[in-house]
Design a protein around this ligand. Structure first.
Ligand code: CP
Length: 311
């Protein structure tokens, strides 16, 4: 089934078949990045604008590289030096950018729902690159791709997500995405960072890390998002690391060939020890590599590139 919407706003809105189409397309585009000449003419003549109202290293750069590897023109709006500082609204900024006829706006914003709202006001495609604590659909797609590549399936796996569930758009998109594909998703973290009713997204809540990790095939650690925590929702960072951080001792109860994921950036020694982050079970950098392939696939599927040109 092709992508029926011109936008990618959430993982929730994708069917299983559409997720599989994106994964298959990403696998075929991944090879482009290992070529000596890392460029295909697939999106020649298209224009993509990155509009990021929050900091980003992985997502913004990979959207830009994805566009350039497909021969599109990629423009990054630096919000700090844009007319946003003069008080221009997000909607006005998006409508003015659209007046220059781009084909796609890639939007990251601290408020949930901004990409969806902008999609109503512009005719070009809108991709959600993370909105508040709501969704980060391309992160979930790259995480699913990374696990599927390594273990060959998603159905039947135990996927554990640990940490600041309340503030994490990565957690929300991954709970929805992995459970949609048949994984059993278990979340755990401090009570103050566990939203009431999170089970409705398709997961169960474990009381502690030991219970959560038992038999896990995949462990996804979340960054402590101090910038989104209004008050003090945590004990000390040292206590957090002891109770909820991942180190080699805690890994003993997982499956023998467990996969460790983290969306980045990492707070080393807080949610994950360097030994685990850089160890043999970690696929953290493979996630970044796959992020590029997923974003190439989405541009191709949403912007109507021709496949013949990419071969
Ligand atoms: N995973 C992720 O969204 O990282 P960035 O904030 O660096 O884009």
């Amino acid at each position: 089934m092709p992508l029926t919407d011109k936008n990618l706003l959430s993982i929730n809105s994708l069917s299983i078949e559409q997720i599989e189409l994106i994964l298959d397309t990403a696998e075929s585009f991944k090879e482009v990045s290992s070529r000596e000449i890392k460029k295909v003419p697939t999106l020649r003549g298209k224009t993509i604008i990155n509009l990021f109202y929050e900091p980003s290293t992985r997502t913004r750069t990979s959207f830009e590289i994805a566009a350039k590897r497909m021969s599109a023109d990629a423009i990054n709006i630096s919000v700090a030096t844009s007319s946003t500082v003069k008080g221009e609204t997000v909607k006005d900024t998006a409508r003015n950018l659209e007046a220059m006829k781009p084909d796609c706006l890639v939007v990251r914003h601290a408020s949930a729902g901004i990409p969806e709202m902008l999609a109503k006001y512009v005719n070009c495609a809108v991709i959600n690159a993370g909105d508040g604590a709501h969704e980060h659909p391309t992160q979930a797609l790259l995480d699913i791709m990374t696990v599927k590549e390594k273990l060959g399936k998603i159905d039947g796996l135990k996927v554990v997500i640990i940490g600041d569930i309340a503030h994490s758009r990565v957690a929300r998109s991954n709970i929805i995405g992995f459970s949609k594909l048949g994984a059993s998703v278990v979340v755990t973290g401090p009570e103050t960072l566990m939203p009431k009713g999170i089970e409705e997204l398709g997961c169960t809540v474990a009381p502690d890390t030991a219970a959560a990790i038992k038999g896990a095939d995949v462990i996804m650690m979340l960054r402590i998002q101090l910038e989104r925590q209004g008050g003090s929702l945590l004990p000390t960072l040292r206590e957090y690391a002891t109770r909820w951080g991942l180190d080699t001792d805690k890994l003993l109860n997982a499956q023998k060939e467990v996969i460790i994921l983290h969306p980045g950036p990492i707070n080393r020694g807080v949610e994950i020890s360097s030994e685990v982050a850089d160890g043999r079970y970690s696929l953290i950098l493979e996630q970044v590599t796959n992020g590029l392939a997923i974003r190439m696939a989405l541009f191709y599927l949403l912007l109507g590139g021709t496949r013949e040109q990419s071969d």
